[in-house]
Design a protein around this ligand. Structure first.
Ligand SMILES: [Cu+2]
Length: 355
């Protein structure tokens, strides 16, 4: 069986050629049943599991990494959590040895494929994978508190009906685990393949992944069960002190880091896949360029809309085509704003350089 992961780095479109086809038994099954003295009380043992297709088109082998150090522009290191794509597990002392990344590895598939996401959670804890916006049946939905959490290995089965930009995230003790970084993009390509936004939709030459998040570093020493034991650990009070774009500090690094910043030629078409991964509302300004919004939340718009800025709230995605008419360096700014007062809490920046 194989995988078909996509890196966030590099803004030039590449075609992934490895189609995978493997056989798996119907081996779903969560429920290690280990309580480990935690306060987490949601169901962990499936009463029934879905019958899995024996020949999925794509298989992802996901594990957990709860020690992913991220060095910020001010020199401080914040520990992030995430998924690995090697099935491995690492909770402490790993320094990223668990193979995870922040954001977690992107899953890139083609519309209509049958996909298995196999999640292995070791140690004495629980996590899930919720494929946000994909809408599989509930046993594959990965929403811990309405289905179950995973300890051991569990296989989610899903089949994207629509090309577009989606994401996945852990749905165990969600407020904390999502903030800690347990999410990654899901890119669903149309039958035409990468280079076309959706079936019969616009084409693009260059692709950027802008996943913008607000981080409250004071949360990043909490245990995975924090807040489920009856005490107030402050998960209702986010005070972000770092603002990142696709795992890169938006204070300075994202201006030039090739994982985020775009270099393209005049006349080319850029597809920006933007996800508001933070909890606070965001406003993204495209540096004076016009962005043509072609899809939102993984669904094509009936008619594209031209904008110079966009407002977004948590979990919203926008797919935007940008075709600069002039050479130059354009600074894109994303303001992260207090959800009640609208006060700007921070600004993340990157650049589009048109040669
Ligand atoms: Cu989790």
């Amino acid at each position: 069986m194989g995988r078909r992961h996509s890196s966030y780095s590099g803004s030039t479109t590449t075609t992934t050629t490895s189609t995978t086809s493997g056989s798996m038994g119907g081996g779903a099954g969560g429920g290690g049943g280990m309580g480990a003295g935690t306060c987490y009380v949601y169901p962990i043992r499936p009463a029934e599991v879905p019958a899995l297709d024996p020949s999925p088109d794509v298989v992802f082998d996901m594990g957990i990494d709860m020690n992913i150090p991220m060095t910020m522009d001010d020199g401080n290191t914040v520990t992030m959590w995430g998924f690995s794509d090697n099935g491995g597990n690492m909770m402490s002392g790993g320094g990223g040895m668990g193979g995870g990344s922040f954001p977690s590895p992107a899953m890139r598939v083609t519309q209509g494929q049958i996909v298995h996401t196999q999640l292995t959670v070791g140690m004495m804890m629980y996590h899930t994978i919720h494929h946000h916006g994909i809408e599989p049946e509930y046993r594959s939905d990965g929403v811990g508190h309405i289905s179950w959490d995973v300890n051991g290995t569990y296989t989610y089965q899903w089949r994207p009906a629509q090309a577009g930009t989606f994401f996945y995230h852990c749905h165990t003790n969600t407020v904390l685990h999502a903030e800690m970084g347990m999410y990654g993009l899901i890119i669903v390509d149309p039958p035409e393949g990468p280079g076309t936004a959706f079936h019969n939709g616009p084409t693009y030459d260059v692709e950027a992944f802008w996943v913008v998040d607000d981080i409250d570093s004071s949360w990043h020493t909490l245990a995975w069960t924090a807040g489920t034991c009856g005490g107030d650990v402050g998960l209702n009070d986010l005070n972000p002190d770092y603002f990142v774009i696709t795992g890169v500090d938006g204070a300075q690094s994202a201006l030039t880091d090739p994982r985020v910043a775009v270099t393209m030629q005049r006349g080319q078409k850029l597809l920006v896949r933007y996800l508001c991964a933070g909890y606070m509302p965001q406003t993204i300004r495209f540096g004076g360029l016009t962005a043509q919004v072609v899809a939102s939340d993984g669904r094509p718009l009936p008619r594209a809309i031209n904008v110079t800025q966009l407002d977004a709230v948590a979990a919203e995605r926008y797919d935007c085509i940008i075709q600069p008419g002039s050479r130059g360096v354009y600074t894109v700014e994303i303001e992260i704003k207090d959800w009640i007062t609208g006060r700007v809490l921070g600004t993340a920046r990157t650049r589009i350089t048109v040669t």
